[in-house]
Design a protein around this ligand. Structure first.
Ligand code: SAM
Length: 219
């Protein structure tokens, strides 16, 4: 089975389960036009995040790694009227494009972008009400640091998702030692014996290749 077969599979399923979405299409188009890398979650993954947020009735979401705000829009759309999402992004340009996309999606009032290194931004957060849902999708070498802060910031029973933890199976293949793979390994080593959460990895395949989410629930 080739990458094209898996992309076709994704599009086939989406053709039954997703409706045409001009706002999300425009967000991707605007991101590409501004030179942002095409590394947003897939439509199926974005909708999955959206449904997870709805399932737990999340009102407060933290996202680590905004890029052009594509996953931000999927997540924020699942919030109730009084819900809010804070998203953390290092690069000013990405944040600017994301703000445009978020404004066009009519989510300006629910979403706040904080520009800067995510670990520092997280350390500066001391919310009165903890987050219900945290999505970690920034530089992979920071995964364990982000996860550690996420545990502090999420409520008991809240959900932490970390993206890209399978990486075509390379995380489990000793031949690979790049920083992304090592960042996921460091997270997994940190999670071994961690009694603060229960977690599992869900592998995914589709038009973004073979990858997976780490899904954790705070105890
Ligand atoms: N979540 C986005 C989506 O699916 O639409 C994709 C995020 S992209 C994979 C990762 C983003 O994290 C990039 O925009 C990158 O600039 C940002 N990033 C990298 N290092 C960071 C850091 N130290 N702090 C905050 N953001 C960072």
């Amino acid at each position: 089975t080739t990458a094209e077969d898996w992309a076709r599979s994704d599009h086939y399923h989406n053709s039954f389960l997703h409706t045409k979405d001009e706002i999300l299409d425009a967000a991707l188009k605007n991101s590409t036009a501004n030179g942002l890398p095409e590394i947003a979650v897939s439509a199926a993954q974005g909708k999955f995040l959206n449904l997870l947020v709805s399932s737990i009735g999340a009102k407060r979401i933290l996202e680590v790694g905004t890029l052009g705000g594509y996953s931000t829009i999927w997540l924020a759309r699942a919030l109730p009227n009084d819900g809010e999402l804070i998203t953390l992004e290092l690069i000013e340009k990405h944040a600017k494009v994301a703000q445009e996309n978020i404004d066009k999606a009519n989510l300006t009032n629910k979403v706040k972008i904080i520009v800067g290194p995510a670990h520092e931004s997280m350390q500066q957060l001391h919310p009165e009400t903890p987050f219900d849902f945290i999505f970690i999708d920034a530089d992979k070498k920071g995964n364990l640091d982000y996860f550690t802060e996420a545990k502090r910031l999420v409520r008991k029973g809240g959900v932490i998702i970390v993206d890209n933890v399978v990486r075509y199976g390379r995380v489990a293949d000793p031949e690979y030692t790049d920083t992304n793979v090592e960042g996921v390994r460091r997270l997994l080593k940190g999670l071994k014996g961690d009694t603060d959460v229960e977690a599992t990895t869900i592998g995914t395949v589709g038009d973004k290749g073979y990858d997976g989410y780490l899904y954790a629930v705070r105890k």
